[in-house]
Every structure is written in structure tokens, then in C-alpha cells.
Ligand binder design. Structure first.
Ligand SMILES: [Zn+2]
Length: 372
């Protein structure tokens, strides 16, 4: 048996993705050798398992590798013939075929098309999921445009990311959604996308200020920003954990956004509200006039509406309220604030930034005048 095993050596690669897995299959390999710190994307791991191709770290036995893997998809979750999949633990694959599931699948496809039409997703980007049972989540597949999505393309996974139904491989970014479902029982649906104006904030490490537009205060409020990690990895999924209980919307540094809600449609609404807010602020910043803010008192009314709607907000926490202002008025005319977690802004540092900026402009002007 050993003599028949054909290995493919990818130990020089930092990342093993779907293309590598497909390549391994086409060469007839039964084992892929990877380096100690290699990241294997969940979809590649699924694909290899589905085709009975073992993963090995150097000379170590393959059994150890499955245990050690960062992505929680053991080979046993998928049958060798690839078509049908086995249920693991308490997850129930029958939930994928109920009338409720069929309605959710249609809603996910509608929302996928909305995301694409609004240019919130590009290529095969973005992903959508819905928690239909305690251990069952319906999600979008990898490598399909959200515009082209059909109900039969969707997958069912358990909370560890094992695919338990559906013929197309689940999105590699499902781990991000699953961390949210595990941390926030109220979260029934997650939508991840890359809307350009919100992503502009995410790539500059800035968050939009508050008390500018009522809808934003009520539906979102303080936005958190999570640190960058490689998409599709367990480490990436965990970056949002400190924020998701008190924020239904998180900016993902150098990546995009993730929103959760009680329905698929509502989670997508939050993406729309955040994107439009960021866009409006950026347009307003070009008018040359300061942005006016809603008063703290009127802001408290909005927060009360939000509480009645049962939406989360870091400002409900009384400890935060003492230290945090409803708005961020201490930064004159700001359209963005320094990175924060939605808890508190370090206004002193922001003032220092502004002072440094004013000084550099003043120096440049004085230099220009002096030079004449
Ligand atoms: Zn993404």
C-alpha cells in the first residue's frame, strides 16, 4: 500500500488553496505534504478529504495532521465518493430540505443578488449564511457570483464548519460566521461583503463618527473595526469575537464588513445602511462645510428607539456610557475617527494627529511664503 502512495510536495507554500487541491487530484496524488505553518483553506481541506487525499506535515503520519489542522473539517465528514455527506454529532441534514429551509435559500439568493446589484461584492466575493438549527447553518458556496446564486447551490454546515448537505463546497469564510453564531445566540444570519465606501474606512483603519444620520444610529450605532488576518483561517474568524456581542456590524481591516441580524434580509440592510453612511460622509467631506451633528439629547432618543427594537449597542453598557460620548463631537468636522472598538475614542491622540497636520500645513505655507 505504501509503495502505491503518490505524494505531492507543497511544503514550500505558505498557503494551500482550492487550486492546489484540484491540482493534487489531477496528478493522481494520494497525499499532499505541507509545511509546519502552512494554512490550508477550508474549501481545499474539504476537497482533499472528499477525494481521499491525505494531508501530511513533513514526515509526520497523516492522522496527526488531521488533528492538528487549523480548519475543523476532518476527512470523516465527507464520503469518499464525494457526492453524499455524513452527518456529524448532533447536526441534522434533514433541516436542509424543510419548507423553512427552502424559503431561507430563496431569501439568501435574493439578498445575494441585491449585494451584487449594489456593487457590494465582486467576482465570487462575499458570503451569506443563516442559522436554521442549533448546530445547522445554511450558507453560500465558494466560487459562485452572488448574482448567479441558485437555491440548489447552497450548503448546510454544522457549527464546526463540516459540510453536512449540499453538493457545492461551502464558502471558505463560513468560519467567520460560525464564530458569531457561537458567541451571539441572537444572531440568526450573517452577511459578509466588500462595499467600497465602508471598505475605504476599513483599509484606512478608521471608523465613521456618530450622531450624523438617525437611521445609522438606530440600526448600527458605533461601528467596531477588527484587526487584519488572512481570510478563511480560524485566526481571521476569531478577530471579530471581542466586538460582535455589542456590535451588529464590524469593519474588517483591509478586507470588508460583516453584519449579523435576526433575518438574512435585515443583516443585508445593515450592510446597506453602513455603506450609504460612509458614502454620504465622504461626499459631505468634499463640500467644504462642516458636518452638523444631532444633539446628544436627541441622540439619546434614538438610542431609546434602538433599545426597543432589541438591537445591540456598546453605549447601552452603563460603564461605557460614563466614558463614552454618544457622538464624537470632540473631533471638529471629522468624517472618520481613529480605530476604536466602539467602546471609547482616544480623543487626545486624535487631537495630536490634528495638531500635527495643522503644523505641517502651516510649515508648508510659511515655507512657501518665505521662499518667495
Ligand atoms: Zn471577504
Amino acid at each position: 500500500m505504501k509503495s502505491e502512495m503518490k505524494s505531492i510536495d507543497l511544503s514550500s507554500q505558505k498557503l494551500v488553496a482550492m487550486r492546489d487541491a484540484q491540482n493534487a487530484l489531477s496528478t493522481g496524488a494520494s497525499r499532499v505534504v505541507i509545511g509546519e505553518n502552512c494554512v490550508v483553506t477550508p474549501s481545499a481541506r474539504d476537497f482533499l478529504a472528499q477525494h481521499n487525499i491525505a494531508l501530511a506535515v513533513g514526515d509526520k503520519p497523516t492522522a496527526l495532521v488531521t488533528q492538528k489542522a487549523s480548519a475543523p473539517v476532518p476527512a470523516s465528514s465527507v464520503n469518499a465518493d464525494g457526492g453524499k455527506v455524513l452527518a456529524r454529532g448532533a447536526a441534522n441534514p434533514k433541516l436542509f430540505y424543510t419548507p423553512e429551509a427552502e424559503a431561507i435559500k430563496r431569501e439568501i439568493c435574493t439578498v445575494g443578488r441585491k449585494l451584487w446589484m449594489r456593487q457590494f461584492v465582486d467576482g465570487n466575493g462575499g458570503n451569506i449564511s443563516y442559522r436554521i438549527g442549533p448546530n445547522e447553518v445554511i450558507c453560500t458556496p465558494t466560487l459562485i457570483s452572488k448574482f448567479d446564486l441558485m437555491p440548489e447551490d447552497l450548503s448546510l454546515v454544522d457549527l464546526e464548519g463540516n459540510q453536512i448537505a449540499g453538493t457545492k463546497a461551502r464558502t471558505s469564510e463560513i468560519l467567520l460566521h460560525l464564530e458569531i453564531y457561537k458567541a451571539v445566540p441572537e444572531a440568526k444570519s450573517c452577511v459578509h461583503c466588500h462595499p467600497p465606501h465602508a471598505t475605504a474606512y476599513a483599509i484606512t483603519g478608521r471608523v465613521p463618527p456618530n450622531l450624523v444620520i438617525p437611521e445609522f444610529e438606530v440600526f448600527i450605532g458605533k461601528v467596531a473595526i477588527s484587526p487584519y488576518e488572512t481570510p478563511g483561517t480560524a485566526a481571521f474568524a476569531e478577530t471579530v469575537l471581542p466586538y460582535v456581542k455589542e456590535h451588529n456590524t464590524v469593519l474588517l481591516s483591509n478586507h470588508g464588513i460583516i453584519c449579523w441580524g435576526d433575518t438574512v434580509t435585515h443583516a443585508e440592510w445593515y450592510a446597506e445602511v453602513l455603506e450609504t453612511y460612509c458614502w454620504t460622509l465622504l461626499i459631505a467631506s468634499q463640500l467644504g462645510a462642516p458636518i452638523s451633528h444631532i444633539s446628544e439629547q436627541k441622540g439619546a432618543d434614538l438610542l431609546a428607539i434602538k433599545k426597543r427594537l432589541g438591537l445591540p449597542d456598546a453605549r447601552f453598557n452603563t460603564l461605557n456610557m460614563k466614558e463614552c460620548q454618544l457622538s464624537d463631537l470632540e473631533v471638529p468636522n471629522a468624517i472618520a475617527l481613529r480605530p476604536n472598538t466602539g467602546e471609547c475614542n482616544d480623543s487626545k491622540a486624535t487631537d495630536a494627529d490634528l495638531e500635527a497636520l495643522i503644523k505641517s500645513v502651516t510649515d508648508a505655507v510659511m515655507g512657501a511664503i518665505g521662499g518667495k
